[in-house]
Design a protein around this ligand. Structure first.
Ligand code: CAA
Length: 257
């Protein structure tokens, strides 16, 4: 597949998705959102891909937000559509994707950029990363799920502070607040993402997809996560991967998923 705004490469069961608009600090315009959505769908449907690493091109930005130039003259209806279409086509898709994703935050992750990282299943950051939701400084609010996902990750109080001050936090604070799992030097960022991915890809992809579904269910209004867990636990028992995983354990060998 040919993309204009992203790079898509697969190696050793990992899809590397790089947002590649470095002149605009990898800002998300509509075309980039559509390409990301297509790449994620492709990765989810390709059984040879077991994990995704999402990062930004060059060393300054992961993603500096939604493309401000694109929505500067939008009406109320167009604004709501931008948020709705973006959330449904990309951010919700990514969060609910059965193939796990790791955001490798290599620089500024602001607004839609931090929202993209927060829709990934795991986040790691380089020491130069700066993270924030500065939308209120532009007279808008986070529109790609930031008001909800940030509060889920760091708690309501810290989310309120980050959103109302429009400030940026550094990697060490992001780690202590639970926004990222690890931070490291920029050179070690992709190797660290690969190390985490290498642990993921040994495991049963179908069990991982079900586990993601069950964890996410607990954050959905009106859905009982425990019930989803029970159902998905049961569903595992009719998968070939369950047979392989348990047989491998009993035969004292490594499972081959
Ligand atoms: N949209 C469009 N273009 C952007 C952009 C964005 N979000 N962020 C940076 N750029 C562009 C700049 O306009 C500039 O382009 P030109 O050279 O053509 O002028 C280029 O990228 C380089 O940026 P700067 O010159 O500003 O670089 P800097 O080092 O001085 O500052 C920065 C870096 C602090 C990240 C600054 O670029 C910045 O504040 N960017 C905007 C961050 C922001 O407000 N993000 C939230 C967007 S709104 C949103 O995301 C809504 C939503 O939730 C749906």
């Amino acid at each position: 597949m040919d993309y204009k705004n992203i790079l898509f490469e697969c190696k050793n069961a990992i899809a590397y998705i790089t947002i590649n608009r470095s002149k605009q600090l990898n800002a998300l315009n509509a075309e980039t959102i559509a390409e990301l959505s297509s790449a994620i769908t492709l990765a989810e449907n390709d059984k040879s891909i077991k994990c995704m690493i999402i990062t930004g091109a060059e060393d300054k930005a992961f993603v500096a937000g939604a493309d401000i130039k694109e929505f500067a003259n939008y009406s109320k209806k167009e604004g709501e559509n931008l948020a709705r279409k973006g959330q449904e086509s990309l951010f919700d898709l990514l969060e609910n994707c059965g193939t796990p994703s790791i955001a490798a935050i290599n620089g500024f992750a602001l607004g839609g950029g931090l929202e993209l990282a927060m829709a990934c299943h795991i986040r790691i950051a380089s020491e130069n990363a700066k993270m924030g939701l500065p939308e209120v400084s532009l007279g808008v609010i986070p529109g790609y799920g930031g008001t909800q996902r940030l509060a889920n990750l760091v708690g309501k109080g810290k989310a309120m502070e980050m959103i109302t001050t429009a400030g940026m936090i550094l990697a060490a604070d992001a780690k202590s607040w639970g926004l990222v799992n690890y931070f490291c030097t920029q050179e070690k960022l992709i190797p660290l993402a690969e190390k985490i991915a290498s642990k993921i890809i040994r495991n049963s992809p179908s069990a991982i997809a079900k586990a993601i579904k069950a964890v996410n269910a607990g954050f959905e209004e009106g859905i009982n996560g425990f019930e989803v867990e029970k159902k998905e636990f049961g569903n595992c028992f009719e998968s070939e991967e369950f047979k392989e995983g348990t047989n491998a354990f009993l035969e004292k060998r490594k499972a081959n998923f």
